[in-house]
Design a protein around this ligand. Sequence first.
Ligand code: HMH
Length: 230
Amino acid sequence: MEGKTREGEDKIGVIDQWKKKHLLLYTGATKHPFLLTIRDGSVDFESFKRWLGQDYVFVRNFVPFVASLLIRAGKKDDDQDNDMEIILGGLASLNDEIAWFKSEALKWDVPLSNAVVHKTNQDYCRFLGRLMLPEVDYAVAITAFSTIEAVYQESFAHCLGDGNNTPPELQETCERWGNENFGEYCQSLQKIANRCLAKASDDVLAKAEITFLRVLEHEVQFWNMSHGGT
Ligand code: HMH
């Protein structure tokens, strides 16, 4: 079925199918015990500070990855779907995010320069680097991008949901990724991914599914690292 649109899969979308199929892992990434402590207020602030310092490093590696997608979106001759505008918006919000990390780190007394980069984080950043290689299909890289953003959106939105007891100091963090605008942006990314995957060959589709799973595993590891310092 090379190059052929997958009939009947358009309604739910490939990404949502994979979320269902791999629900246990998806839930592990989006309702991780670390996030549940932020939600119920029992969070260890040392863990939060560890997350903050490491995530700053991650985001600095994430920017070139997103920039590589912007370049690829600009080269596509069938970009009638505004991929460029959506990815550019993502880069703009990453610009804000880096500034936010810097001011938040000052507040929490977390050193950002010369910080030791945890092995878990290094592995995740290397994974991002590999996704920038020219042989990686746009559909595969966009799937990773969409999933990376969605995990944070769902994780932090859950901390803001009914019955939460999030510490006031962490409210802003949760809103950064849990807010409605960020949710809509994630929906747009998922739409791009679904559109690419609907047109993808079986081979690319299989690679994208593995990449989806790898992202979830890296996200779980990242939370584990923050939570327990493992
Ligand atoms: C580890 N995953 C990680 N950090 C982030 N900032 C995001 C996803 C979302 O941008």
